[in-house]
Design a protein around this ligand. Structure first.
Ligand SMILES: Cc1ncc(CO)c(N)n1
Length: 216
């Protein structure tokens, strides 16, 4: 079995909770309250900032140019179309400049920030790709797990789905999983335990990140 599959299976309850979350179901059905979407997007924009920094560290630590380039190309999507998506959504949903730029961080957002920083500062490529793989694979999985409706969704729902499904995004997740598989295979016992810990913490935070939008 691929190490990435084994890591996923070792926290399957948390994985199911994150990838079948009511937030994702409501978003894809168009029934998600706009207040929850505003909270989510403002929190997630700070997640994206830390994701870009962690991905940049991973790009630096990847073994070869061939390993580096797919993540570098993906950062271009985040810096381009995904960033524009956030700006257009903030405008359309009337999220204030203050909420966009300096929202008070909810606990899972702060937790993710700390985990990403810790992974980057560990200097271990394996730890970095463990967190990055979870972030993208959980999103691919929820787009695959959710139901769709025939009538058109507002762009701030539809484009968030589009950014996390399809052939290109599947190739990003496959690249990250392959990087994680190799780094895990090359790790010793203690390092493997650390990688598994990063993986599970990230999955738990993904679930809590959605939960937090309902707690306010
Ligand atoms: C919290 C979170 N996890 C994963 C993704 C996917 O990039 C995201 N945008 N936000």
């Amino acid at each position: 079995m691929r190490p990435s599959e084994m890591l996923k299976d070792s926290c399957s309850l948390e994985w199911q909770a994150a990838t079948n979350h009511v937030f994702c179901q409501e978003l894809t059905l168009g029934s998600l309250s706009l207040d929850k979407m505003r909270i989510y997007l403002a929190q997630d924009y700070t997640f994206i900032d830390n994701f870009v920094r962690l991905a940049a560290s991973a790009i630096h630590h990847a073994p070869t140019l061939a390993d580096r380039l797919p993540l570098a190309a993906f950062l271009g999507i985040i810096a381009g179309p995904e960033n524009t998506y956030f700006q257009r959504s903030f405008d359309s949903l009337n999220v204030s400049k203050e909420e966009q730029e300096t929202p008070s961080l909810l606990a899972p957002t702060a937790g993710f920030q700390a985990l990403m920083l810790k992974a980057a500062q560990s200097g271990s490529y394996a730890n970095m790709v463990a967190v990055l793989t979870v972030a993208e694979w959980v999103y691919l999985s929820w787009t695959q797990n959710t139901d769709r409706i025939d009538s058109p969704l507002p762009f701030y729902f539809q484009e968030w789905i589009n950014l996390h499904e399809g052939e290109y995004f599947e190739s990003v997740v496959e690249h990250l999983r392959t990087q994680l598989d190799r780094a895990y295979d090359a790790a010793d016992g203690a390092e493997k335990a650390t990688i598994a810990d990063y993986f599970k913490q990230a999955v738990t935070l993904e679930k809590q990140f959605f939960d937090a939008c309902y707690d306010i």
